[in-house]
Write a protein that binds this ligand. Structure first.
Ligand code: PA5
Length: 445
């Protein structure tokens, strides 16, 4: 049995059961194409099998290298961008203490290569000057500019700090098994390496070493994460019926609402630790569906924080949005609102209540208000934030994204649009081979 629940009852004022169930036949076909690997982008469907195919040898190797790195590192830097970064960060931040940097827990996980900010990198080096650290560089293609620049800088820094031999022991590369600049460099330098499978694209790669190594270095249980994904995989393979399979329901609901003009989906959470889970989800859905001038725009908010900013728009702005609330039923810790004799702040009416109950009432109250304001609400709930439930959630989101993308009739596994900015940047920087583009851009500036 899975822990995750999907509830669309709060969308039924906006979309009829008939409009939802009309996707059933199509969904059956798309499950078939995913399972048989016959649909668009079918050479990138390896992630489907990961919960079963990730073998003991690989898991043990990840755990053992992670343990070695943990022992020698006060800080561990994860270098990567997009799918080579967000999955690991989503899981690590969801499972970490909110103020991890101040707890004394080691290693502290930091990130690089997810931007090209000179100030960010300079600040990072300032910190690393004073800390024992090691790094992983993650790039499937091995040629992405942002992580390549960050890696060049940190490789130099490590070599200057520890000498060539020890620096090599503090670097793990995660990249293609055969090709790419990073693969070649790793071979020459003799780095420990893990392979990103050919048939798994970046944003579907969190259950490969891309996500598993950083998560293990952060001290979390990757076996429980994989097991959660496996339980979800088993569950959704039993029936494709919209009312029995949460993946089918979510995919059907998203498309039924999209067809009614709801072109923006807002992922809502009430737990700050889920911020990067939303970022990961935004990448997964945005990069998978936003193509051929189609696709739901994936946005995210953290409540109740953003009720004091974006709440106004959601309540009364343009009515082209629906919300999906990722609801967490139970907190890990307990804290009650204290009573106060003077009650000057007039809060005694909630004295003695757990903070989570206040948060939960905010969730229910907000959902009702937004429905009244014309915003359909979908709800995904998990009992608590732990490795198992995150594993379920990851597999659920990935499979629903593939099915939803097929309903939209796009290839959910490519990202041709990402190249446009790169070509302009290379031309502007004078990369050899981009002379024509450089000339064309000069005329526009
Ligand atoms: O999901 C994707 O494919 C992308 O977001 C990539 O992960 C991202 O562009 C980084 O690519 P690479 O791993 O090749 O450096």
């Amino acid at each position: 049995m899975i822990n995750l629940k999907f509830d669309y009852s709060n969308a039924l004022e906006f979309v009829s059961k008939e409009e939802i169930h009309k996707f059933q036949e199509e969904i059956n076909r798309h499950f078939e194409s995913v399972n048989q690997k016959t649909g668009k982008g079918n050479d990138f469907l390896g992630w489907i099998d990961l919960p079963d195919s990730t073998d003991e040898v690989l898991i043990t190797k990840i755990e053992s290298i992670a343990e070695t790195l943990r022992q020698k590192s006060e800080v561990f830097v994860v270098i990567g961008i997009g799918g080579s970064y967000l999955g690991a960060r989503a899981v690590i931040e969801a499972l970490s203490h909110h103020f991890n940097h101040l707890t004394g827990n080691k290693p502290v996980i930091l990130y690089a290569g997810q931007n090209i900010s000179e100030d960010y990198m300079s600040d990072l080096l300032e910190i690393l000057d004073k800390k024992d650290y090691s790094i992983t560089v993650i790039s499937k293609s091995g040629t992405t500019t942002e992580p390549a620049v960050a890696f060049r800088i940190l490789k130099n820094h490590l070599e200057n700090k520890y000498g060539l031999d020890e620096a090599r022991k503090r670097i793990v590369a995660i990249t293609d098994g055969e090709k790419g600049a990073l693969k070649q460099l790793s071979n020459e330098e003799g780095y420990e390496t893990f392979v990103v499978p050919d048939d798994v694209g970046g944003r579907y790669s969190v259950l490969t070493p891309v996500g598993l190594l950083p998560i293990a270095v952060a001290g979390f249980n990757i076996r429980a994460l994989i097991e959660g994904a496996r339980i979800m995989k088993d569950h959704v393979s039993v029936s494709t019926l919209i009312d029995e399979n949460p993946v089918s329901s979510y995919a059907a609901l998203r498309n039924a609402l999209y067809n009614k003009g709801m072109t923006t989906e807002i992922m809502v959470n009430y737990e700050p630790r889920l911020f990067y889970m939303t970022e990961w989800w935004k990448q997964l859905y945005g990069e998978s569906e936003g193509k051929e001038n189609k696709g739901i725009f994936p946005a995210g908010v953290g409540f109740t924080t953003d009720l004091h900013s974006m709440g106004q728009y959601i309540q009364e702005g343009l009515r082209n949005i629906f919300e999906t609330v990722l609801s967490v039923e139970n907190p890990d810790k307990q804290l009650y609102v204290p009573a106060d004799d003077k009650n000057l702040d007039k809060l005694n009416y909630i004295a003695g209540k757990p903070i989570h109950q206040v948060n939960h009432m905010a969730e229910i109250g907000t959902t009702l208000a937004h429905i009244d304001g014309g915003v359909p609400n979908l709800k995904i709930s998990i009992p608590k934030i732990d490795e198992h439930n995150l594993g379920e959630l990851i597999y659920f989101y990935e499979l629903a994204c593939a099915i939803s993308g097929y309903i939209l009739d796009v290839n959910p596994f490519d990202q041709p649009g990402v190249e446009a900015y790169k070509r302009n940047m290379f031309a502007l920087l004078g990369k050899p081979g981009f002379e024509e583009e450089t000339e064309a851009i000069r005329k526009r500036l």
